[in-house]
Design a protein around this ligand. Structure first.
Ligand code: CA
Length: 225
């Protein structure tokens, strides 16, 4: 298994190389974006560990360029800690997974192994739960192959739920991610929007994807209801 590490912090890059080699991986290291993109294009890797802030070409650009060129090597992106936007952008740019720095080496290895277990084929950055699909890049949504029009707020709410599908999410957590952090209105607004989504995505299709979790909040069924 061959892994490309694109990381400009030399100590971290060297540590990753040694650690991955100790696990039996063949490892190439690029310490800037130009080399990283070139290696990612020219060689066939089983996975790429990609930092975001890099000299010359950043990680988002590398990732989206590879995807545009139909190179679907699994990519694990290293994001800054507390960088929620980074994480969303990592996935939007076509990364398969992300890990916030500083990370545990054990977790990094587990994530790489998980990526290696996946099918390597085209994975457009569309979020899915069963036949419920959402494309953050084109801002379109489908249920059972029928396109459904959502308002921007409904779209953001559904995107958040899809990124965390299968998890019970507290109303306060949903509010903090989908509305502003300093939102001071009625927290029941979440309920109102969940109802809108149910009316558009569940009821006409006789599904139950947007589930109420008693005492805590909501959960989007991972299979789409
Ligand atoms: Ca960096």
């Amino acid at each position: 298994m061959r892994v490309l590490v694109v990381e400009d912090e030399k100590a971290l890059a060297t540590g990753l190389k040694r650690g991955l080699e100790a696990e039996g991986f063949a490892v190439d290291v690029a310490i800037n974006g130009t080399d990283g993109l070139w290696l990612g294009r020219e060689n066939t890797y089983d996975a790429i560990v990609l930092d975001i802030m890099l000299p010359e070409i950043n990680g988002f650009q590398i990732c989206s360029t590879l995807r545009e060129e139909n190179i679907w090597t699994p990519i694990l992106m290293l994001t800054a800690k507390d960088g929620e936007l980074d994480e969303a952008e990592a996935l939007d740019s076509g990364a398969d997974d992300y890990l916030a720095k500083p990370f545990s080496y054990v977790v990094l290895l587990a994530r790489i192994r998980a990526l290696l277990r996946r099918d390597v084929r085209e994975r457009p950055a569309v979020l899915e739960a069963g036949d419920l699909k959402l494309d953050p890049a084109s801002r379109r949504c489908w249920r059972a192959d029928r396109e459904v029009t959502l308002t921007p707020r409904e779209f953001s709410l559904l995107e958040f739920l899809l990124r965390r599908k299968g998890e019970a999410l507290a109303k306060s957590e949903i509010l903090a991610h989908v509305w502003d952090f300093d939102f001071e209105g009625d927290p029941n607004i979440v309920e109102v929007y969940i109802r809108h989504l149910r009316e558009k995505l569940d009821r006409p299709f006789k599904r139950d994807a947007l589930q109420t979790v008693r005492g805590s909040g909501y959960r989007l069924d991972a299979q789409g209801g």
